[in-house]
Design a protein around this ligand. Structure first.
Ligand code: MN
Length: 308
């Protein structure tokens, strides 16, 4: 039987996984760190540090890594998955929100909330709006250009500079809660007097944790909140928000590459270390702070590259 197991790995485990599967690498899908194929299992490690094992031997292979400290986030035997959304949720008028960039060493964190009602849905489907992880960078930019003219949305960009300033006080989840809430709050004002039947947040932390951080915010949107992972599969509003986020993130990296004169990659792998070393050589830590989330381990690795 086909199995899908998702693990959440630490940086250390990601590098162990990389070493273990290096000789089985195939073409890296968008937003992945790597993809490897061994008999009976395809292993994909994402920038979010989620590692997905798929295939008849997925469970066995993943179990080995679980013993070495990875956390299981989901266990699935087939494609049927459970969440608490109402049955006809996909047809509701919904504000959906998603973010991108928090797993990438270089570049901003972008959060977007988008409002999608039944009048938008046929067009979104025709434009090819779906899970942005399945779309190429080129498609994402093309589709984003079209949908921003039709769909009410709010996009917030947290630059690396700002991220570094607030990072010790705001952990990444608190930051994300603040950004999601603010984007949703602003969008609700934009579309008023219309109110969405639901607000779907692509889940990044348990609901209790979201609400804990939400209670510290000024303009709290507390209902009608729904949470699910893989939100883009349950409502087009999250898929739309995700595409707008990713297009903005890609553009930010391109802009950074132009400013610096060399490629600024996404992710948190070796390419990021090399790019960071080049930034440090150019303008030291002050310049790096403009482009990188400096608390990542990549900063130390970049200094090692320079000093060796
Ligand atoms: Mn997400």
């Amino acid at each position: 039987m086909q199995q899908t197991i998702t693990l959440l790995a630490s940086d250390k485990l990601i590098s162990e996984l990389t070493t273990a599967y290096e000789s089985y690498f195939q073409k890296t899908p968008p937003y992945a760190l790597f993809q490897a194929k061994i008999p009976g299992v395809v292993i994909t490690a994402y920038q979010s540090k989620k590692v997905v094992f798929q295939g008849v031997n997925a469970e066995k292979e993943a179990a080995m890594w679980e013993k070495r400290g990875a956390n299981t986030t989901q266990k699935k035997q087939s494609s049927s998955s459970s969440n608490s959304l109402p049955k006809d949720f996909a047809s509701w008028n919904v504000v959906g929100s998603d973010e991108v960039g928090n797993g990438s060493y270089l570049g901003p964190v972008v959060v977007c909330a988008a409002y999608v009602d039944d009048t938008h849905m046929p067009l979104l489907k025709e434009l090819g709006v779906k899970d942005s992880k399945m779309l190429t960078d080129h498609d994402i930019k093309r589709i984003a250009k079209e949908i921003i003219h039709v769909i009410p949305y709010r996009k917030l960009v947290l630059t690396p500079k700002k991220y570094n300033e607030i990072q010790p006080e705001y952990n990444v989840n608190r930051m994300k809660v603040a950004l999601h809430n603010q984007a949703i709050y602003l969008l609700m004002q934009d579309i008023s007097p219309i109110t969405p039947k639901g607000i779907l947040i692509d889940q990044f932390t348990p609901e209790s944790n979201y609400r804990k951080y939400l209670s510290k915010e000024q303009n709290q949107v507390t209902k009608p909140l729904y949470f699910t992972t893989k939100g883009e599969q349950y409502h087009l509003s999250v898929a739309t928000a995700s595409i707008i986020c990713r297009a903005e993130f890609l553009t930010s990296l391109e802009k950074a590459s132009q400013e610096l004169g060399f490629t600024i990659p996404s992710g948190a792998g070796q390419k990021s270390d090399t790019a960071a070393a080049n930034i440090i050589k150019k303008g030291g830590m002050p310049l790096l702070e403009q482009y990188a989330k400096v608390h990542f381990a990549n900063t130390q690795k970049a200094y090692h590259l320079i000093n060796r």
